[in-house]
Design a binder for this molecule. Structure first.
Ligand code: PGA
Length: 233
């Protein structure tokens, strides 16, 4: 297994700066890159840095969504697409090439492979909403959220404001995410240290979905000191 490791301090600003450098370098490798970008807390320092640096310092690319909750009304503030618009796509005027309609009942596979997949990892090893047990060759599909994912994602979900927490989501499959020519995995915090070590120091195994990334041809892991505390032992 071969990957480039970019270690940052636990400081969010340091993480954001280094992740932004890695991302920009990756964008330069492709003409008109098609890029998958994650939601969640982990990438926020990266998005803040990119917005701070401004559109004039960001090579152009188009965005493809990785996953989305199902059953939420259009423009619901907790839709991943809405969060991406607020944090990154809107301020930088980034073109949306593919996104999911939360009310749809079926979903198409992507029209083209991603050039770059920027990914996060869940505490249970999920990538996108490919929960443990997902086939490494899986494609776009509707999935039931695992109890652990619901527990993690519910922490900033106010039921009085947002309604009931979704039980299902749509996700690009591991097979589609693995088709990306370049992969950047973002990992922050002690809570991810154990699963990061399992994913990259253990065998490839469908019960740790992120372990499928071991075979990626051009993989960079950007991780803070806490997240690396077990992997580097
Ligand atoms: P987080 O989510 O960045 O909010 O920890 C990551 C994930 O679930 O993939």
């Amino acid at each position: 297994m071969k990957y480039t490791l970019v270690e940052t301090s636990d400081d969010e600003k340091d993480f954001g700066r280094k992740a932004a450098d890695v991302f920009r370098q990756s964008l330069m490798k492709y003409a008109d890159p098609y890029v998958a970008l994650p939601t969640g807390k982990t990438p926020l320092p990266l998005y803040r840095q990119l917005v701070e640096d401004g559109a004039e310092n960001l090579p152009s690319f188009s965005y493809g969504q990785i996953d989305e909750y199902l059953g939420l009304p259009a423009h619901h503030p907790k839709l991943f697409l809405e969060e991406m618009k607020v944090h990154l796509l809107g301020p930088l005027g980034i073109k949306i090439s593919s996104s999911f309609n939360s009310a749809a009942l079926s979903f198409d596979t992507p029209e083209r492979d991603f050039d770059i997949a920027v990914l996060g990892i869940g505490r249970n090893g999920h990538v996108g909403f490919n929960e443990p047990g997902s086939d490494f060759n899986s494609v776009t599909r509707i999935v039931a959220l695992s109890a652990k994912t619901i527990e993690d994602n519910k922490t900033d979900w106010n039921e009085a404001l947002y309604g009931a927490f979704p039980t299902h989501a749509v996700t690009r499959g591991l097979g589609e995410l693995r088709s990306a020519k370049s992969t950047i995995l973002l990992v922050r915090g002690q809570a991810k240290a154990e699963i990061l070590a399992q994913a990259f120091a253990g065998p490839q195994c469908e019960f740790v979905p992120a372990s499928c990334l071991q075979a990626q041809p051009d993989l960079t892991i950007v991780a803070d000191h806490s997240a690396l505390s077990i992997l580097r032992l």
